[in-house]
Ligand binder design. Structure first.
Ligand code: ARG
Length: 577
């Protein structure tokens, strides 16, 4: 819709003031308030300087060139130079009509698909996932779905912490206790890991052996590697269980841990030194970057090799960035971690920009997100102050949703209830995460996120179910309905039509900004608008056949938009609940 209005306005600006005036963006936006119409154009304010004219006069002159009575019901200059745009019902109806047989609901494939790497769900091998991991997984999955839907080639990468000195400790401990002969889940490994750390800190003999074990691991000692591989495999299996429970697209093939880049690190450091980007400072190899200074204006180094020759997180990320551009062919790199890694990524991107690795422009984005807080505004923890295991959180979501589902529908079978509880519980958890502005911390509140009122996924899932129920109340001749011409007979039908037709623009914007909460807000507004429509416009009791069928089509389009929108967020809809 925006693209169409933009192009009409561009042509009109050109007709009124010539080519040069029309080279900018006509700034078409949704109307800030319903009394302003459907959309607004704000270009006149920007053009005023260039043309040395009053914005209102510019607006008026452009309006005279927009003589499309079938599209515009009215075009009103307003305020300091806005144009309020009201669209005709015929124009809206015609566009809705085109969506009836369109599975994509008007969302076009991107004209220039890109290869995009999304780096998310970055767990650590042999460590339990906790509540802090959920945001990266859920936000990353929604981004993957949206970009794929637009036709981009999306490569999922989970940059697992699977390498480093801690594995020396753990493997040595497993060998000494004979534990390595057992199979483990991550829940077993987590305490073993803690014990190995204890031994390391208190027993110097063990500490020496653990250090030797790191060297053995890094130099490819077969016995050590075999145990390490087992740890990785056990961890991946465990993570996969969590991903499956979360209905996340990730598979084991998407795991490319830090170990994968190990063999490339020495070359990366050498390359950066040769390019004059890295230098030796206090026996370490570091990169100094403009604009990164600490408290006393001291430059902050981006360290890529330690004094003892070891490589770091930064080195691995440099190797990964190069690999993703050169081997995977990515032109957009998206990273999801919590906000504490902001500086790391800023320095990583600044460094990569200097390497010349990107042949053409490569867009690198770090999507930082805030923490999850408890109702007391402190980090969300168990009562005894421990971090909450992610798996327990997911199970609790299902259990709580089960109680709600049972209360609503005690007559359903256990199997049906289990499925409903899963879709509601996991959906609610994901939605709470997605709708929060990702940058900010958000407060975790079971009652709110599972509520059927307000901007929650149970509310949206329920809105979908209620629309679908309309279609079950009476036998409906779908052939006849879908061949009916949509007619918009009331103000609220007009508003609902504008809302439905906004969907593609919301998706395009989110694919660019990655601000997923705007898709959540849109779906919530759509459902709320539908409720108003349903209150004011009788559907099944409507005597006029065409109006009845047209309203059924509006209901169906709303339901399909809700379903597709939730689907792109990774949330399931149910036909009944
Ligand atoms: N495993 C890391 C952590 O737990 C996050 C990895 C993020 N991705 C990356 N390419 N650095 O903090």
């Amino acid at each position: 819709m925006k693209a169409l209005l933009n192009s009409l306005f561009k042509t009109a600006i050109q007709a009124a003031f010539g080519e040069a005036a029309a080279d900018g963006d006509p700034s078409i936006q949704l109307a800030a308030r319903p009394e302003y119409g459907d959309y607004q154009a704000n270009f006149a304010l920007k053009l005023a300087k260039k043309l040395q004219m009053k914005p209102v006069d510019i607006a008026k002159a452009v309006i005279t060139k927009l003589d499309y009575p079938t599209i515009f019901k009215s075009l009103e200059p307003s305020g300091p130079g806005f144009i309020n745009i009201s669209l005709t019902n015929e124009f809206l109806a015609q566009h809705l009509q085109a969506l009836i047989h369109d599975d994509r609901l008007g969302v076009a494939q991107h004209k220039h698909p890109e290869t995009v790497v999304v780096d998310y769900a970055n767990a650590n091998v042999a460590k339990e996932m906790h509540v802090g991991h959920i945001r990266s997984i859920v936000i990353g999955d929604a981004i993957v779905r949206i970009l794929s839907f637009l036709g981009h080639h999306v490569i999922r990468q989970s940059h697992l912490g699977d390498w480093g000195t801690q594995f020396g400790m753990l493997i040595e401990y497993l060998i000494e206790t004979g534990e390595y002969k057992q199979t483990h889940t991550v829940s077993d490994l987590d305490p073993l890991y803690k014990k190995s750390k204890e031994c390391f800190d208190t027993d110097p003999v063990f500490a020496d052996k653990a250090r030797a074990r790191v060297v053995a691991l890094q130099s490819g000692d077969e016995e050590t590697l075999a145990i390490w591989r087992q740890l990785v495999a056990e961890s991946l299996q465990y993570f996969q269980k969590i991903y499956d429970k979360l209905d996340i697209l990730l598979t084991e093939e998407d795991a490319r841990g830090e170990s994968f880049y190990n063999s490339m690190l020495a070359d990366i450091v050498e390359e950066l030194q040769q390019k004059g980007l890295a230098e030796t400072s206090e026996d370490a190899i570091v990169i100094f970057l403009e604009g990164f200074v600490g408290p006393n204006n001291n430059p902050i180094p981006f360290i890529i090799r330690k004094k003892d020759g070891g490589y770091l997180y930064a080195t691995t990320d440099l190797a990964a960035a190069k690999f993703r551009m050169h081997q995977l062919g990515a032109t957009r790199l998206i990273y999801l971690t919590d906000a504490r890694q902001k500086q790391h990524f800023a320095m990583l991107f600044a460094t990569v920009n200097k390497t010349g690795w990107a042949a053409n422009e490569v867009r690198m984005e770090h999507i930082p997100f805030g923490a999850i807080l408890g109702k007391d505004n402190k980090p969300f923890k168990t009562r005894s102050g421990e971090s909450i295991k992610l798996i327990s959180l997911l199970e609790e979501a299902e259990n709580r949703a089960m109680a709600i589902a049972y209360e609503k529908n005690p007559h359903l079978t256990q199997e049906q209830l289990t499925e409903i509880a899963h879709d509601i519980g996991i959906g609610a958890l994901k939605y709470a995460d997605l709708r929060a502005d990702k940058i900010k911390d958000y407060i975790f509140d079971w009652d709110k996120l599972l509520s059927f009122e307000g901007n929650t996924s149970p509310y949206l899932q329920n809105a979908y179910v209620r629309i679908r129920a309309i279609f079950r109340k009476e036998p409906i001749q779908w052939d006849e309905v879908s061949n009916t011409s949509i007619i918009l007979t009331s103000e609220i039908e007009h508003i609902l039509a504008v809302k439905i037709l906004e969907f593609p623009d919301v998706i395009y914007t989110v694919a660019d900004s990655l601000a997923l909460h705007s898709l959540c807000d849109y779906l919530y507004e759509l459902a709320a608008t539908f409720h108003r429509f349903y209150e004011h416009c009788p559907i099944l009791s409507q005597k006029d056949k065409q109006i009845r069928n047209s309203r059924l089509l509006l209901a169906d389009l709303t339901a399909r938009t809700l379903k597709l929108g939730l689907d792109l967020l990774g949330i399931k809809t149910l036909e009944q609940m």
